[in-house]
Design a protein around this ligand. Structure first.
Ligand code: EZ4
Ligand code: CO
Length: 402
């Protein structure tokens, strides 16, 4: 069996997704997610122009060798575009291997280590008074873990907090829209949000919060300490993670657990944070961190340092990525939590899938491979629309991290 075609499909059923479909000379197919939010066509070109031609004629069974070929063989290593493209190839080859074997991918990874994958949902509200109702919706849906984000008094818009009431992840204008930020207003406000949620929902509900890389280490230390009474499961991306020594400072001041990794793309982004035990959850995704092969290697390293997985699963990661994540989550020993935001009905129709949600848990299903596909005819009806994440400025106009 040989790879005969590597097809890249770009579609926008509500938001943009890039999918790689590998087809063998016997007509077996495998899919991988190649979506990089706001930079979709860079990965598309990388796959179409550089990776695809090199795949033709290769043995699809040689997943590890193909990974090494695309990583070491390219000379230019790492980076989000490269690693997303490698991830798509790797994921598609695991899907294909599962179909050839007649087994779901989690069986190829060693079988299940748990009954289901605990997922967390997003509760977003404009004001503290509206937060309990937003959390209650998720609790009623069965979620046992909830990420809580709230508008900040004095700021017109807060990233991740919908102004329309929808569950959403923004990527709107072709040229990024601009939002404003105030660390002072934010730090003064967040503890009251969690005080309210804990008071209303008691100690049993797992609570999470995403800081979106907006603080300095000492500010993050203060936030973590101020949230200690509310026993969060994690404080996510408290600071930009290029300066990894900075996490020592946060660690020295707070017992609020720390999660990072959604923008990481290789094991080398994780190594210092793991080795120095500076984090508690690692949030790399199958789609952006080199596929199932590489992410499993990352999570194995994490396990040595008591770090659990908490993979990114926002709606800009396609159903193909979510399916792959669920197979990995089900199999690894050090699974922590999986992020889950339901895709729109349009997206779900373009990507028919076997995975399901029930009582706070997800299961990838038992179809051979990943149990997900792309309906290419339907996908063709949704042409690509340029869309970007917003940028973030301080109130005096200074561009800020987000
Ligand atoms: O900003 O997926 O935890 N989830 C997140 C998301 C990310 C988007 C970026 O593409 O932080 O909202
Ligand atoms: Co995040």
């Amino acid at each position: 069996m040989r790879i005969a075609e590597a097809r890249v499909i770009v579609t926008c059923p509500g938001r943009n997704f890039v999918t790689l479909k590998i087809v063998t000379d016997d007509g077996v197919t495998g899919v991988g997610d190649a979506t990089l939010n706001g930079r979709e066509l860079a990965v598309t070109a990388y796959l179409r122009e550089h990776v695809g031609p090199a795949l033709i004629g290769r043995d699809p069974a040689r997943i590890e060798d193909t990974w090494q070929y695309l990583y070491r063989g390219a000379y230019w290593r790492r980076g989000p575009v490269t690693m997303t493209a490698i991830a798509a190839v790797d994921t598609a080859l695991w899907d294909l291997k599962g179909k050839v074997a007649g087994l779901p991918v989690y069986q190829l990874l060693g079988g299940r280590s748990r009954d289901g994958v605990t997922v967390y949902g997003h509760a977003n509200a404009a004001t503290v008074d509206e937060v309990p109702a937003a959390v209650a919706v998720l609790v009623a849906d069965g979620y046992r873990a909830v990420r809580v984000q709230c508008g900040i008094p004095g700021l017109a818009k807060t990233y991740g907090v919908s102004t329309t009431g929808d569950r959403y992840e923004p990527a709107d204008a072709a040229v990024p829209s601009e939002e404003s930020w105030s660390t002072e207003r934010y730090l003064a406000h967040v503890p009251a949000v969690f005080a309210r949620v804990r008071a209303e929902f008691g100690p049993g509900l797992r609570l999470l919060h995403d800081v979106h890389h907006r603080l300095t280490p000492i500010e993050a230390a203060r936030l973590g300490r101020s949230l200690e009474p509310y026993a969060l499961t994690w404080m996510e991306d408290p600071v930009p993670a290029e300066l990894q020594d900075g996490f020592r400072l946060i660690r020295a001041h707070t017992t609020t657990p720390i999660a990072v990794g959604e923008v990481f793309n290789s094991i080398w982004d994780c190594e210092q944070l793991l080795r120095e035990q500076l984090i508690d959850y690692l949030r790399c995704s199958v789609g952006h961190a080199g596929g199932i092969t590489h992410l499993r290697r990352i999570f194995d390293l994490a396990a040595l340092y008591h770090v659990r997985s908490g993979s990114h699963g926002a709606t800009d990661l396609s159903p193909v990525c979510l399916a792959a994540a669920l197979h990995l989550d089900l199999s690894i020993p050090n699974f922590g939590l999986q992020e889950h935001m339901p895709h729109t009905a349009e997206t779900d129709r373009v990507f028919p899938h076997a995975y399901r949600f029930s009582a706070g848990l997800m299961h990838p299903g038992d179809e051979p491979g990943l149990g997900v596909d792309i309906d290419e005819e339907l996908a063709a009806r949704y042409p690509y629309r340029p869309a970007s994440l917003p940028v973030n400025r301080l109130e005096d106009g200074t561009l800020h991290s987000w």
